[in-house]
Ligand binder design. Structure first.
Ligand SMILES: Cc1ncc(COP(=O)(O)O)c(CNOCC(=O)O)c1O
Length: 422
């Protein structure tokens, strides 16, 4: 066929970093600290709930309510009403989606029009730019930067937004701002005063805040996760996105149940996109997650809670990886939350003359070299920046530490052998 096949809306977004580097890791059978998923099983109670749902009769194998399985939306509303501090209507204020990815897609397709501007805080989960573009929007970027004069940047808490620079990005065309807390890849957990700064601008300019909180239960060292929707006046301005199976909850990406939560007058538009695209999420998976969520509601705040246990388990892995990276000359930025840790690689002098990557940013070339020559997979952090800011942040790579200890040990062995051989 001679005529152009693909639509303009997908021009230039065909490449995906996770897809590219996960394939390279598989091709080279590398130890994979790249893509963010656990390499251990979910807790028994969620596995049992999933098996019970699958054996729960024909209704669990057929369509359930399009906008969310009644058992699930009811427990979600009950659970988060307590956290947000307001009565959440399970039937109006929640949309269950196929992972948070689909919730993101529905949100942008429903709310962003040609010419609308969307402020994206960098570094950002790399799908934000494509979903803004597919909706016809224009991405406006504002980077988190290491705080001036803080000395060596040891923590994600040291990466902050400039109030002046952020305020300057709002214009009459600004429709939404996207934040992600805890952040992927940096691990920053926005504190109340930072969220209040964003909230004040959203209310002043009548802008919607899209708050991606898939890692909300994974915070460390006593760091508290604050939902921007819980701040005064922000419920009406916020779409909160969550994930019921990835990091935050049950460490089971395969269940792939996410959600969007917010006021019914906004959520009704996301539901329009949902019912005209995916329409429905797996009933048995939703039932299993509802059972898991009910359990967590009953034990919330106690030592039996998985939300309590998982961060403790991951805290040790996080410190172990940071120690290893420091011992071989990398400079890790300790994350306040989430699945990932970035490390500054500027101290490492590696011959990156591979002609196949000569025009790529330094971290891309380094990551490919690390996979091909050392058998260790990570992700280049410049992939989480806009074209205009990539060059400023091409000396960092991202590690996922939500892995079995044996996997982390294998990665450490590779790094230490390399370090000893230098
Ligand atoms: C911030 C954020 N939002 C949304 C999502 C999507 O969540 P879900 O898997 O529920 O669709 C993810 C998924 N994980 O990313 C994998 C990686 O960076 O290696 C995410 O990190």
């Amino acid at each position: 066929m001679s005529r152009k096949l693909h639509a303009r809306r997908i021009e230039g977004i065909d490449k995906n970093t996770c897809v590219e580097f996960s394939q390279l890791a598989a091709d080279y059978k590398a130890v994979n600290l790249g893509q963010g998923f656990p390499d251990f099983s979910p807790p028994h109670f969620i596995q049992e709930a999933f098996c019970k749902a699958l054996n729960g009769g024909f209704s669990k194998h057929q369509y359930t309510r399009a906008f969310g399985h009644p058992n699930l939306v009811k427990i979600l509303a009950k659970f988060f009403s307590r956290i947000v501090g307001r009565e959440i209507d399970p039937m109006e204020d929640i949309l269950v989606s196929v992972g948070a990815y689909q919730a993101l897609f529905c949100t942008f397709q429903a709310l962003i029009d040609e010419g609308d501007e969307v402020i994206i805080v960098e570094p950002f989960f790399d799908c934000y730019q494509p979903v803004v573009m597919m909706a016809g929007g224009t991405a406006i970027y504002v980077p988190l930067k290491p705080r001036e004069g803080c000395g060596p940047v040891l923590s994600s808490a040291d990466w902050v937004l400039s109030p002046e620079e952020l305020a300057s990005k709002f214009s009459p065309r600004t429709k939404a701002i996207v934040i992600n807390t805890p952040n992927n890849p940096l691990g920053k957990v926005y504190q109340q005063e930072e969220l209040q700064m964003i909230a004040d601008l959203c209310i002043k300019h009548d802008v919607i805040c899209i708050s991606d909180e898939v890692y909300e239960w994974l915070t460390y060292d006593g760091t508290k996760h604050v939902k921007i929707a819980s701040l005064p006046g922000m419920w009406e301005h916020t779409v909160t996105l969550g994930d019921l199976c990835l990091a935050s909850l049950f460490s089971s990406a395969c269940l792939n149940v996410g959600w969007a939560m917010g006021p019914g007058h906004i959520l009704k538009h996301l539901k329009t996109v949902h019912q005209n695209s995916v329409y429905h999420c797996a009933t048995a998976a939703q039932e299993a997650v509802a059972v898991g969520f009910q359990r967590e509601y009953d034990v919330f705040g106690s030592e039996e809670s998985y939300f309590h246990q998982l961060p403790i388990q991951l805290h040790e892995k996080r410190l172990r990886l940071a120690d290893c990276l420091k011992s071989v000359g990398l400079k890790p930025v300790l994350p306040q939350g989430g699945y990932f840790m970035i490390a500054d690689i500027s101290n490492l002098n590696v011959d990156l003359t591979d002609p196949s990557t000569k025009d790529a940013p330094y971290d891309y070339r380094f990551v490919k070299w690390l996979i091909k020559e050392k058998g260790l997979a990570t992700i280049p952090v410049s992939a989480f920046y806009s074209p205009e800011h990539k060059h400023e942040f091409q000396k960092y790579i991202r590690f996922c530490f939500v892995k079995e200890d044996s996997t982390l040990q294998a990665a450490e062995d590779i790094l230490r052998q390399w370090s000893d051989s230098k």
